[in-house]
Write a protein that binds this ligand. Structure first.
Ligand code: SAH
Ligand code: SF4
Ligand code: F3S
Length: 484
């Protein structure tokens, strides 16, 4: 899901029906809709790969589906209500075709477990993020009239040996999961409960997936993890927390993995998300500086600009530490785009503390941000320890201030791009016109330009002459055949 504008993501998280780009006929029809983060969309490609292996095809129309799967997100209350509303739409299908099966996958399935089957009578199957290999078996059970559930979390599962089928793909950019789960326990966050312990995927399987994508014409991969900087692969089923110093020294770090992927081909761009301020080290920044095809863009969620709030959030860094990481980026990668996530109105956040978030935003001059109001999640540390005591109108007003400031900062950023030449990888038609193509520069800003004879997958140099707060607009002044 490439989102190009600064977003307030709340109830607006959109489900996206994902289908294969090649049409296959015959077989049972699967309707698969995904919500939430890129990781979930990536998981849907694993789910599709498992079911297509079993003879299923995909459809964009849930009314004609034999199996309806919704891959869910639990990050905020709004994300969950959206899914509950959506389940009502699926009732129509059951009324017409009682044999149709409805399954809830992903983080909300993991959070609610059996409760889901009790609350939502029409749901036949509930599957957590680590149990997708069990889907064929669960579908068999459901077809026999039993309600089927598997929400077991794993310490090992990375789906490393499965080749995801690319759904709704532009054929140019793709996502590759490198870690699953999260060990951080930020106090506001439900992810450690829904996705379990952090584990790193075998680097060889990551490289092979990237090589295969490149051979099939893809020109950009984004390495995905909740905290990519803590990637560490030791092989032999060894767990990070029990490694000796010697084993650690023989393990593959994130910086090393990044380099391996960058070396596949100079025409394969590499991006990654998400970086964690407490773990992002200079080695990663130097690796980025060394390889032209590693894009100059870092998503470094800050959440709050105040050290007391950060401490309560259990983020593991202070305002000063975060600022020093920003200074390191600016020193080593002067041209780097920086984006972030911000939460407003976390438990007991004062007006002064909120102002510190605004001043930190000014300090960093973010290119882009995802901005949210705090939403209390059951079972999290914050829910158990702190009172959700910032009134909703205050949370909302603070969010609006953050959004307004970010709009200004994004505008400054895009204006700086005016009159300059940007190297852009064309991804497809622009949203507004088939005469225009869109792509991104290294910093991840969207660039729109007349199509002429260019096509997706081309690297082009665009002279930017106009801009909005989120988009650069210009004209190609040359195409490059090779090299980044
Ligand atoms: N692993 C990433 C974040 C994953 S969740 C990281 O550590 O940065 C994506 C974003 O959702 C978070 O960065 C946070 O800004 C937001 N978020 C998570 N839990 C939230 C909650 N309870 N209320 C509001 N926003 C939340
Ligand atoms: Fe959630 Fe924190 Fe893990 Fe990100 S690092 S997924 S915010 S617990
Ligand atoms: Fe949502 Fe789960 Fe991602 S809770 S944000 S889909 S990891």
């Amino acid at each position: 899901m490439n989102i190009s504008e600064n977003k307030v993501i709340d109830e607006s998280i959109q489900g996206q029906a994902l289908v294969l780009d090649t049409v296959k006929t015959g077989g049972k029809k699967l309707f698969l809709e995904s919500y939430g983060c890129q990781m979930n969309f990536s998981d849907s490609e694993i789910v599709a790969s498992i079911l297509i292996d079993k003879g299923y095809t995909t459809t964009q129309n849930f009314e004609e589906a034999d199996v309806i799967f919704v891959n869910t997100c639990a990050i905020r209350e709004g994300a969950e209500s959206k899914v509950r509303n959506r389940l009502n739409d699926f009732k129509r299908v059951k009324a017409k075709n009682p044999k149709a099966l409805v399954g809830v996958l992903g983080c909300m399935a993991e959070r609610l477990k059996h409760q889901f089957l009790e609350q939502e009578k029409l749901v036949d199957i509930v599957v957590g993020p680590d149990a997708y290999r069990d889907l064929p078996n669960l579908l068999d059970q459901a077809e026999e009239g039993h309600r089927a559930i598997n929400v077991i979390l794993s310490k090992e599962e990375t789906y490393a040996d499965l080749t995801p089928v690319r759904l709704g793909s532009n054929g140019v950019t793709a996502f590759i999961s490198i870690t699953r789960g999260c060990d951080n326990m930020c106090s506001f966050c439900v992810v450690p409960f829904t996705r379990g312990r952090e584990r790193s995927r075998d680097p060889e399987s990551i490289i092979n997936e990237a090589k295969d994508l490149f051979a099939r014409g893809y020109r950009e991969v984004t390495l995905l993890g909740q905290n990519v900087d803590s990637y560490l692969y030791s092989g032999g089923g060894l767990k990070k927390e029990t490694l000796t110093e010697e084993q650690k020294a023989n393990s593959v770090t994130f910086a090393q993995l990044l380099e391996k992927v960058a070396l596949i081909h100079p025409d394969l761009r590499v991006r990654f998300s998400t970086s964690h301020p407490k773990d992002m080290n200079d080695e990663v920044l130097h690796t980025m500086a060394k390889h032209e095809n590693i894009c100059n863009n870092i998503h470094l969620p800050v959440q709050s600009g105040n050290s007391r709030v950060l401490e309560m959030m259990n983020r593991g860094y202070t305002r000063e530490w975060y600022m020093s990481r920003i200074n390191a980026i600016r020193n080593i990668l002067p041209d780097c785009g920086i984006s972030t996530d911000i939460i407003t109105g976390f438990c007991s956040e004062t007006e002064e503390e909120h102002l510190e978030t605004l001043s930190l935003m000014e300090f960093v001059q973010y290119d882009f941000a995802y901005m949210f109001m705090y939403s209390e999640r059951p079972k999290t540390l914050a829910e158990r320890k702190y009172e959700d005591n910032v009134p909703e109108p205050v949370k909302k007003r603070r969010l609006q201030e953050v959004v307004d400031l970010q709009r200004k900062l994004s505008g400054i950023r895009t204006e700086k791009g005016l009159g300059k030449v940007h190297r852009v990888l064309a991804e497809g038609f622009s949203k507004k016109s088939d005469d225009m193509l869109m792509g991104r520069n290294s910093q991840n800003s969207v660039v729109v330009f007349p199509k002429e004879n260019y096509k997706k997958g081309d690297y082009v140099n665009v002279m930017v002459t106009e801009c909005t707060s989120s988009t650069l607009i210009g004209k190609v002044i040359g195409k490059e055949e090779t090299g980044q």
